[in-house]
Write a protein that binds this ligand. Sequence first.
Ligand code: HEC
Ligand code: HEC
Length: 318
Amino acid sequence: MSFFLKTFNTLTCNRLDMKILKWIGIIIGSLILVLGAIISVLYGISKQHENQTYNIDISPVYIDYSDESLLEKGRHVATIRACVECHGDNLGGRVFIEDPVVGLLIATNLTTGAGGLGSDYSDDDLVKAIRHGVRKDGKSVIFMPSHEYNVIDAADMAALIAYIRSKDPVDSTHLPETKIGFPFRLMYVLSDIHLFPARLIDHSIGIPEPVAERTPLQLGAYVATTCIGCHGDNYGGGRIPGVPPHWPEASNITLGGVLADYTEADFFNAMRNGINLEGRVMEPEFMPWQVFGYMTDEELSGLFEYLQSLPARETGTR
Ligand code: HEC
Ligand code: HEC
């Protein structure tokens, strides 16, 4: 009798186990389906943003090739606006991020050499890429901070274009193609990574008129746009969106952060020699002081004055 009871019990228990297992299976299966659906929606959004095309009226830029200081000025702009940081000193293009999450990001060869922009790439095409973030094929540039270059005035833009045009041809056919990492696409949709900058720009704003003389404060504000990609729109610093995880956080360069303890001489030391307030030499890959070091004394002291004029921010509020 007890034998029958036991068997009966085990049978019902087994049936219960099966039921629970079945439910667990259904729940896990549904979760996988939902997750899969979310991932494919996010992927779809990133693809849609990538393939969106822009039809833009370009304000033409007049380039006065008789101006003898033109190329020197263009080199200065290309340096302090960090074009050379990504595109290379010879503007021949390079891999500037290679990371399992972010992917493989290649800055274009801007010369007329093999693999470069090509001979039918006009001045207007350059303006469109630089200040609108729109490539010749009408799509957004990938990860290039054109939204920071929207402020570059017509005289600086003319010099920059002339300088790009003056570079010797470089062959870049060895460079691989840009590949945005799959996880990075998903992160892009869920955060504020500036992967497709054409989306961030008001394309109706024409190119700013050249300014003959800026006050130190105005000059500082003009060059400071190049800092926002890393230090944030309000310069409060923190984790830089979209860079690989081994990057340090960008410092808070307002009076709410390190700037409070900076003298102008300290600031010059940081920008020219890469030495931060702790006396440590910063990695130029993360904080590109080697290019900012080429700013003139006027630009650097204007920049210092400008940063000091900004509201104090809490660190990490970028
Ligand atoms: C943070 C890195 C970075 C910086 C800084 C940068 N670029 Fe780029 N640039 C890129 C990348 C990446 C591409 C390729 C974009 C793509 O594949 O869509 C690119 C593409 C271009 C293109 C070609 C667009 C096309 O039609 O295909 C031009 C022109 C260009 N950059 C000019 C400049 C100039 C001038 C500056 C400085 C004012 C500059 N870039 C600064 C990363 C950068
Ligand atoms: C490509 C990203 C990037 C850009 C662009 C950038 N910075 Fe930085 N900056 C950083 C990072 C990251 C650090 C922290 C580096 C470290 O701790 O080693 C830093 C640190 C600094 C420091 C040192 C602060 C301290 O802790 O003493 C100063 C000053 C500074 N940046 C100013 C600027 C200014 C001004 C600009 C614009 C002209 C600028 N940075 C543009 C990434 C950037």
